[in-house]
Design a protein around this ligand. Structure first.
Ligand code: MLT
Ligand code: MN
Ligand code: ZN
Length: 302
C-alpha cells in the first residue's frame, strides 16, 4: 500500500502570491478561499507511520501544522513522522522548506548530486546538522530504498529518472543545464504492487517519459500553466512555460491521453492558470480528460 498526502499543489509563489493582483490571486483573497494553495509538495508513506516528503516547499511549516499524520507522536516530547526528504530540483519552491526542519530531528535527505551541490555551496543549509541529516546522492536510473533515520526499511523503492527540464532559475547566470537538474521519481512499495510517478516539472513528453508513466496507478504531473504564453498575455511576466522548463496543460493532456494511468493529478499549478477555477472552461476540459486539479490536503491511498 502507498499513502499520499498532497501538502501543496501550487507553483512558486502559491495562491495568492504575495505580490500578485491577477484574477485568481484576487479571488483567493476575496470571497474564494478555496482557491488558496501552498507550494507544491507531497508526503508518501508505505506504513502510514513514517513519511517521506517529496520536495520541501517554503510553505512546509504551515503544511506540517495542517497535516495530522505529520504531527509528533502522542506522548513524545520530540518526534516527527518525517523520515526523509527527496528533492527533485533545486528551485526555491522545492527546497527552501528545509530551513524549517532545523530543530534537531534526524531524517535522510536525498537528491541528485547537482542539487546536493547547491546545498553544499550554501552554508545556511548547515542548520541541518550533518550527523542528523545525512545527504545522500541519488542518480538517474539507480533505484534506491530510502531508510528510516534508525536505518530500518521504509517499505518504499524509488527510481529517479531524467526529465527534460532546466537548472534552477537563480543559477541560470552561473551555470548551464545538465542532467540531474530536474528529475522525476517512480515510487513503489517494496512488493512492487503499486506505482506512483512524481513529475512536477517537465518540459516535454518524450517517448522515454511516456514509458515511465505507462502503467502507473497515480501520476503527479507538471500543471504550471494552461497555455505556454499565458503569463505574457496576462501581463504577469515575460517568459513562456517552455522558457521556464514547463509543458503546458493543454499540450500535456493530449500527450498523455493514450497511456494506461490510474489517476492523473496536476501539481505545481501557477496562480495564472485558469484551470484553477472550478467553473472555468479549462477546468472542465481537464476534468473531461480525466485530470484532477487537487486542493491542498487531498489524501490518496493506492
Ligand atoms: C519554476 O518552477 O519554474 C521555478 O519555481 C521558477 C521560480 O523560482 O520562480
Ligand atoms: Mn517552481
Ligand atoms: Zn496571481
Amino acid at each position: 500500500m502507498l499513502s499520499i498526502v498532497i501538502l501543496g499543489a501550487a507553483a512558486g509563489g502559491g495562491v495568492p502570491q504575495w505580490n500578485c493582483g491577477c484574477a485568481n490571486c484576487r479571488s483567493a483573497r476575496n470571497g474564494h478561499p478555496e482557491l488558496k494553495s501552498t507550494q507544491a509538495s507531497i508526503a508518501v508513506s508505505a506504513d502510514q507511520q513514517n513519511w517521506f516528503l517529496i520536495n520541501a516547499s517554503p510553505d512546509l511549516r504551515q503544511q506540517l501544522t495542517g497535516t495530522p499524520a505529520l504531527h509528533p507522536r502522542a506522548g513524545a516530547l520530540r518526534h516527527s513522522p518525517v523520515a526523509g526528504v527527496i528533492l527533485t530540483n533545486g528551485e526555491v519552491d522545492a527546497l527552501a522548506g528545509l530551513l524549517s526542519l532545523r530543530e534537531g530531528a534526524a531524517f535522510g535527505l536525498y537528491a541528485h548530486r547537482r542539487v546536493l551541490d547547491i546545498l553544499d555551496d550554501n552554508p545556511i543549509f548547515n542548520v541541518l546538522r550533518a550527523d542528523l541529516v545525512p545527504r545522500r546522492a541519488i542518480d538517474v536510473g539507480a533505484a534506491f530504498e530510502p531508510t528510516l533515520p534508525g536505518g530500518q526499511v521504509s517499505g518504499l523503492v524509488v527510481e529517479p529518472f531524467a526529465v527534460p527540464g532546466k537548472i534552477a532559475l537563480y543559477l541560470e547566470a552561473a551555470d548551464s543545464n545538465a542532467e540531474g537538474d530536474t528529475i522525476g521519481l517512480v515510487i513503489r512499495d517494496t512488493a512492487r504492487t503499486r506505482k506512483l510517478v512524481f513529475l512536477a516539472a517537465c518540459a516535454e513528453v518524450t517517448p522515454a517519459i511516456a514509458a515511465r508513466l505507462e502503467g502507473a496507478d497515480l501520476v503527479f504531473f507538471d500543471g504550471t500553466l494552461w497555455r505556454d504564453d499565458e503569463m505574457i498575455t496576462a501581463g504577469l511576466g515575460q517568459k513562456t512555460g517552455q522558457r521556464m522548463g514547463h509543458i503546458s496543460m493543454r499540450e500535456a493532456i493530449p500527450a498523455l491521453a493514450g497511456l494506461d494511468i490510474g489517476r492523473r493529478v496536476f501539481l505545481h499549478i501557477n496562480n495564472s492558470n485558469p484551470a484553477l477555477r472550478p467553473d472555468s472552461p479549462e477546468r472542465r476540459e481537464a476534468a473531461h480528460a480525466g485530470w484532477i486539479v487537487p486542493a491542498d490536503g487531498m489524501e490518496i491511498t493506492l
